[in-house]
Design a protein around this ligand. Structure first.
Ligand code: NAG
Ligand code: NAG
Ligand code: NAG
Ligand code: NAG
Length: 417
């Protein structure tokens, strides 16, 4: 009865326990100088007594199948721990917990690690072990595509991998850059493009998220594609006018570069090829050059036509003549008007001058005339005048008489009458 109750109190697993060691994970990649946790648990039938625990790493030249112990990374007896690992390990040291933490990992730690324990009667080593790899920066980008040795073409499936010379710590968050711009969706160590397009052409880099110093050197994703965006640009010294030189340039985006260009001219519904260079030049444009033009750009991947442009050469000379004539006529009319105006003004001035010069004479004449007219008005005055005249020389007065006085006297005489 007592036995049964003890058996019931024991966990079922303990009763059924077998010899075992389990590791997690089985393989890992960590950065140089970081710490790594080997998660481990072990078990054995309850009737045995646990005595010794050890982690060992077979030397490179030894069998990596747990049959050869190599060096002790951890040993219950500290004296047996290898010098290389003495101060770099932390063992869980709990019941059936064999987890081990290893600090300051370096390249020399690369290898397989096994846990082994000993009881009073039996010894057991966990199968498989843990494979430790150490990532040594810098990162580098490697490109793989379905075309193993060929070029990458549009539509191909492409994988860009961010890795170091040794391995890639996949548990980390990554950042990808295309032409130095972050690709926000890409956060894993592999960037997969299922159907690559010409837009994916560019320089790629990768690194740990939020850690610029880990950035890899750029690698060119050299996607090959037939010419795209074929278009014509026109270079001209001035306007598209008769006599000016014109250069039509066939521009496109292609990888590899365009090898063959063809220029076409459409006139009166007839297409003719007119050139095989990247540029088509017209030294002195004339209306003969009117028409529609397009070019074709071709590389190894294919070809594409540009959009059609229409050339309409203007004739600036006739227009110029009309303008020149109009201007000349305008100035001529202005000049004529000016001359007329000046002539009229001059005429007006001379007339006025004559008028002012003659006016006093006329007045004088009129006055005289009036005087004269007045004088014959009465015949008596004439008599008086004569009389006065007669009077003047007869004056024997001592005072001399001027002519004026004469007149005065005459007037007086005249009025006296
Ligand atoms: C084993 O020990 C490690 C380190 O002390 C600890 O982190 C872990 O939780 C333990 N595992 C179990 C199952 O108790
Ligand atoms: C880590 O190990 C390297 C040798 O691999 C040593 O030079 C360095 O001082 C160690 N760092 C620490 C913090 O112990
Ligand atoms: C890629 O990088 C190379 C070398 O730095 C540079 O010459 C080239 O222009 C870059 N390509 C693009 C698309 O940025
Ligand atoms: C393309 O140009 C090359 C010379 O640049 C010439 O040998 C070849 O025949 C041309 N191909 C076509 C299809 O015109």
């Amino acid at each position: 009865m007592f036995f049964i109750s003890i058996l019931l109190q024991l966990p079922l697993s303990a009763v059924l326990a077998l010899w075992s060691v389990s590791y997690k994970p089985h393989a890992m990649c960590v950065f140089e100088r970081s710490s790594v946790d080997f998660t481990c648990s072990f078990d054995y039938p309850y009737r045995y007594t646990f005595k010794t625990a050890k982690w060992f790493k077979p030397r490179n030249y030894q069998k990596q199948d747990r049959s050869q112990e190599g060096i002790f990374v951890y040993h219950s007896n500290p004296a047996d721990t290898d010098q290389l690992y003495k101060d770099r390990t932390a063992y869980a040291n709990q019941d059936k917990n064999c987890s081990l933490r290893l600090h300051n990992v370096s390249k020399s730690d690369i290898g397989k690690y096994f846990f082994r324990f000993e009881t009073n009667l039996e010894k057991f080593t966990g199968l498989g072990g843990i494979n430790l790899d150490v990532a040594v920066l810098p990162f580098r980008v490697t490109v793989t595509s379905q075309n193993v040795n060929g070029h990458i073409h549009e539509g191909d499936s492409v994988k860009l991998r961010c890795s170091t010379e040794t391995c890639t710590p996949q548990q980390e968050l990554f950042a990808w850059y295309k032409n130095q711009l972050l690709l926000p969706q890409a956060t894993e160590h592999v960037l997969q493009i299922s159907s690559v397009s010409h837009n994916d052409f560019g320089n790629y880099s990768c690194g740990l998220k939020n850690s610029r110093p880990t950035l890899a050197d750029e690698i060119l994703l050299d996607v090959r594609y037939s010419p795209k965006n074929v278009e014509i640009t026109i270079l001209t010294s001035g306007k598209i006018e008769q006599g000016n030189s014109l250069t039509l340039i066939c521009k496109s985006n292609a990888n590899p570069a365009v090898t063959n260009y063809t220029w076409f001219k459409i006139r009166d519904a007839h297409i003719s090829s007119i050139g095989f260079d990247c540029e088509f030049s017209i030294k002195a444009a004339s209306q003969k050059d009117d028409g529609q033009y397009f070019c074709t750009a071709k590389n190894d991947m294919g070809s594409q036509n540009s959009t059609i442009i229409t050339l309409n050469v203007k004739v600036p000379t006739s227009n110029g003549h009309i303008l020149l004539t109009a201007t000349a006529v305008f100035f001529f009319v202005i000049a004529v008007l000016l001359v007329l105006f000046l002539i009229i003004r001059r005429k007006q001035r001379t007339q006025k001058k004559l008028h002012t010069e003659q006016a006093p004479a006329v007045t004088v004449t009129e006055d005289i005339y009036e005087n004269l007219r007045q004088s014959p008005k009465s015949e008596k005055s004439h008599t008086n005048l004569i009389y006065a005249d007669l009077m003047l020389p007869s004056s024997n007065s001592e005072r001399p008489l001027s002519n004026t006085r004469d007149v005065v006297i005459y007037s007086l005489l005249s009025y006296k009458e």
